[in-house]
Design a protein around this ligand. Structure first.
Ligand SMILES: [Zn+2]
Length: 427
């Protein structure tokens, strides 16, 4: 932790900007953004780079047209608003999130981080404060990954620009290429200055809704996010032998389905026995061949999704998976493929200490927690000091039309964000 002394100097200006956060204005901006793709059930359908999302981008570009401001769009169509600092040569402080949604998403996932960032700029204007470093508010392209895979394309390409070339080939279900959707985004925002992908960033903070129930259950309004858990995906295939259901005695079978079912239930039981609240284990896909009512299954393929904030536990769970499969395979055979892995993200100590001071300054109940979901901040952490700030989700609901957060919490989050961004931008 950094000493309080270190962040004492800018605290008065940071406090001043925080006091100018206007909750009504923030809520009004959030409602306006939600109107692009708003559904009758209060959900929002605004998938990445669709005509609806492009309209929302055009609306964004109509905001903040003063001389201190410049909209910028890069080769991944990340849309960024820069508020110039007194030392333009210094690396900027960046905040933001994404404005694309799931096919049916809520109105706050991603949108909150972008709108809270813009409200901080309004508050800076109202407070009449000019920061040393520029502050940039960014809307990352295609975070959700529901239209084009993989997700978080924009932030991933920003942190490592050579990834873009692979993303350009991605296609949606209708055969539209990401590249042409990206080109359309570049065309509809002529006022935005074109820029190369990626630039040095002094620090990145992403405000986001929690999307889970932990903060509400604990009675917290703000959460300083110290890490994003790691994940490993496996595909397990069990090979048996297909046989007639009526003629083949039980002891003469190599039943891939019974074997796979035993493996899955044993894996679940042994994972639960570890009594680890941070551990996540999910078998979400289970495919049976030939899938006939009167034939013994010859092959079963199932997925295993393991998540944990500590790499050592991910390794321990991989060992457990191997052991469970080995002990339960019986007369069948099996193979395991690692489909994907991502190590846990540990956020930057200094940015975390600034965020901690910021949440204390708001005076609301706060906590420190890890993120169960992936966010753009995960990729930013690969290229600059980064951290996240959470506000609670009512009943933990997200990726759902009913997604919501209490207004007071949304406003408290914008205040903490203001305090933290200004602290980082004036030093
Ligand atoms: Zn999100």
């Amino acid at each position: 932790m950094n000493s309080l002394h270190e962040i004492q100097v800018p605290a008065s200006q940071a406090q001043g900007v925080m006091d100018h956060i206007n909750g009504d204005r923030l809520m009004q901006m959030l409602r306006q953004l939600a109107s692009f793709g708003m559904r009758n059930d209060s959900g929002v359908s605004r998938e990445a780079l669709t005509p609806t999302e492009l309209e929302a981008r055009q609306w964004l570009c109509s905001l903040f047209t003063g001389s201190q401001y410049q909209w910028v769009i890069d080769d991944a169509a990340n849309l960024l608003l820069r508020r110039e600092g007194t030392c333009p040569e210094l690396a900027p402080v960046m905040t933001g999130s994404h404005i694309d949604t799931q096919p049916v998403g809520g109105w706050l996932d991603g949108a909150y981080g972008v709108m809270a960032g813009l409200e901080v700029l309004h508050a800076l204007d109202d407070a009449g404060i000019q920061t040393r470093r520029a502050i940039e508010v960014v809307a990352w392209t295609n975070e959700e990954g529901s239209r084009f895979s993989p997700g978080a394309m924009g932030s991933s390409a920003f942190s490592q620009p050579d990834r873009l070339i692979g993303f350009l080939e991605a296609q949606d279900n209708d055969g539209h290429r990401f590249e042409s959707a990206r080109d359309a985004a570049l065309q509809v925002t002529p006022a935005a200055k074109k820029a190369a992908l990626g630039h040095p960033v002094h620090a990145y903070i992403e405000a986001h809704i929690e999307q889970g129930p932990v903060m509400e259950l604990g009675g917290y309004s703000l959460g300083v996010v110290s890490s994003i858990q790691g994940v490993r995906w496996y595909e397990v295939t069990v090979h048996g032998n297909s046989a007639h259901a009526g003629t083949t005695p039980l002891m003469a079978r190599q039943d891939a389905l019974l074997t796979a079912a035993t493996m899955v239930s044993q894996l679940g039981a042994e994972a639960a026995a570890r009594n680890d609240h941070a551990l996540r284990l999910t078998v979400g896909r289970f495919e049976v061949s030939p899938g006939s009512i009167n034939t013994v299954a010859d092959r079963v393929t199932f997925s295993v999704d393991i998540r944990h904030p500590q790499e050592s536990e991910l390794i321990a769970m991989q060992d457990l998976l191997g052991s469970v499969l080995e002990r339960n395979v019986g007369t069948c055979t099996h193979e395991v493929r690692l489909l994907m892995q991502r190590s846990p993200t540990l956020f930057d100590d200094h940015v975390l200490s600034v965020l901690s001071a910021a949440v204390v300054a708001t005076g609301v109940p706060h906590c420190s927690l890890g993120s169960g979901a992936f966010h753009d901040a995960m990729y930013l952490a690969d290229c600059c000091p980064a951290a996240m700030l959470f506000v609670p989700s009512i009943e933990g609901i997200s990726h759902n039309a009913a997604e919501n957060t209490h207004t007071a919490d949304l406003v408290a989050g914008a205040k903490a964000l203001a305090f933290a961004l200004v602290t980082l931008a004036i030093t």
